[in-house]
Design a protein around this ligand. Structure first.
Ligand SMILES: NC(=O)c1ccc[n+]([C@@H]2O[C@H](COP(=O)([O-])OP(=O)(O)OC[C@H]3O[C@@H](n4cnc5c(N)ncnc54)[C@H](O)[C@@H]3O)[C@@H](O)[C@H]2O)c1
Length: 259
């Protein structure tokens, strides 16, 4: 039986890559984006794509988008997100609020509307896009990290409350991704090479790396995975201690017999 999926923020970057991967896998794909032109362009290039013009922060627009899609999707990927850089000391309150509104409240609003229809349809799978910025503080990231950390907890709460509806809820936390909203960062070659060197896997991530993880969690292969965050970062969040000097053995430290 063919499956259906709605991907928010699918007009560009990671979301577009997820939409294309889902299309390749035979899903009917709802390409939901606040940017109507981008949604139309991606949807029209898919085998079975439907452009859905809506903001994830507006429940009425999400209801209308679902009516146009015509069915409760088997999977929802809450991928839409924004970032507003700036040091906390003089970050505008508008920037603080707008990131929380889209990256945290938008996921709640969109999920609440879609989950009600999934429940009535016997279940589904939801994947929320978090970030390693929600695991480690991200300097000059404004409220982005706080929103993503909150989304991780919201993911776990949804999984507990919605398990009885046979809805699984997980998240994917991308690391340094060479694409989407981070593309401008990696045009600075010094930042690029420093980040590449620090990733234990030896490279930046791609939008396709993230799409693979998302599709795995949406699929039957992930049928018993619920309430988890899958970190897709080449192990960079594990490497904090690797940047501090450390002896190979205690015998090599200090004076006395050890040399
Ligand atoms: N690119 C990265 O390095 C990276 C790393 C970690 C996490 N992420 C997360 O991945 C997700 C996708 O990021 P990206 O890099 O592809 O970004 P992007 O800016 O390339 O694309 C985001 C898309 O979301 C849409 N969008 C924004 N607000 C919306 C709203 N309210 N309703 C509907 N659509 C909306 C935009 O129009 C755009 O098409 C985000 O949640 C982001 O926080 C990205």
């Amino acid at each position: 039986m063919s499956k259906s999926i709605i991907v928010t923020g699918a007009g560009a970057g990671i979301g577009e890559s997820i939409a294309r991967r889902a299309d390749d896998a035979g899903y009917k794909v709802g390409v939901l984006d606040v940017n109507n032109e981008a949604a139309e362009e991606v949807a029209s290039s898919l085998t079975n794509g439907v452009a859905l013009h809506a903001s994830t922060t507006d429940p009425v627009q999400i209801e209308q988008a679902l009516d146009i899609f015509g069915e409760a999707p088997d999977a929802l990927v809450n991928n839409a997100g924004i970032v507003r850089f700036g040091p906390l000391i003089d970050l505008s309150i508008d920037d603080w609020r707008s990131v929380l509104e889209v990256n945290l409240s938008g996921v709640f609003i969109c999920s609440q509307v879609v989950a009600a229809r999934m429940r009535d349809n016997g279940g589904g799978s939801i994947v929320n896009m978090t970030s390693i910025a929600g695991i480690q503080p991200n300097v000059n990231g404004g409220s982005y990290g706080a929103a993503k950390a909150g989304l991780h907890l919201l993911t776990r709460q949804m999984s507990v409350e919605w398990g009885e509806f046979r809805i699984r809820v997980n998240s994917v936390a991308p690391g340094f991704i060479d694409g989407g909203m981070s593309a401008p960062i990696f045009q600075d070659l010094e930042i690029r090479s420093t980040r590449e060197e620090r990733v234990p896997s030896g490279r930046l991530g791609t939008v396709e790396d993230i799409a693979s993880a998302v599709m795995f969690l949406c699929s039957e292969e992930g049928a018993y995975i619920n309430g988890n965050q899958l970190v897709v970062d080449g192990s960079v969040t594990n490497s904090l201690m690797a940047s501090f000097p450390r002896p190979k053995s205690v015998d090599s430290v200090g004076g006395g017999d050890s040399q």
